[in-house]
Unconditional design. Sequence first.
Length: 295
Amino acid sequence: MNTLEQLEEEAIYIIREVVGQFNNPALLFSGGKDSIVLLHLCKKAFLPGRIPFPLLHVDTGHNFPETIELRDELVEKYQVKLHVGSVQESIDQGKVIEEKGKYASRNTLQTVTLLESIEELKFDACMGGARRDEEKARAKERIFSVRDDFGQWNEKLQRPELFDMLNGQIHSGENVRVFPISNWTELDVWEYIRKENLEIPSIYFSHKRAVFVRDGQLMPSSEFIFNEKGETFIESVRFRTVGDMSCTAAVSSEAIDLDTVIDEIRNSAISERGARMDDKRSEGAMEERKKVGYF
């Protein structure tokens, strides 16, 4: 088998282990390329049957419209149930406080909404599209990442993973985050998308968009993001990663199809999450969010 076939086989094995070892699993779905690949792998894992678990999307209210539109199309195409946790509802209920000012973002507010959704829906395992190559905090993750009864990551709870032995035993109140494509790289994901002819949000390809420069990054112009009058301009850009609009920067690009995107990534000197403003808040920003239950 080639590399992609091996990675696909490994991911499908992990997905089937989740269904075999847990009572009420779910797939965390953002509408980005990684979660779309994971959704497709879930379909392959259970053919000719349907995917036997729901999707959970934490909606910040500041998502890219293109992502939400495709999310709804894919839910219908794959015939899966979708649960949506609303950050706006968490704000309205006083459970989280909306940030203000130039760098305000709802990205960190997702954690409370996510943990409350997991508790309300009684999920004991949530699969996500995180990969070890994305960021140093994610590089430490196990495939089965145990979370305590507060939904938080505790390094003392993590188990060794020897060969393909995955231990899903948990105590009452605990749950597990599972990362079936943890061993994939960004390039692997794109090559798999090309191989399987998967549909992804149009913002991953070059398009003309109103942007402005903040701290050297091209930010999308939006009513959700603070920017000074007159600093917006039109640029050919695309997005390498998709998150809350307030923390997701674009990159200048002319890559309009999968082949040119893949060539661009091969030659890039900037990491995939180099365009995520939330990762730049502190040296250990992702590590801090992980410990309180972010992903």
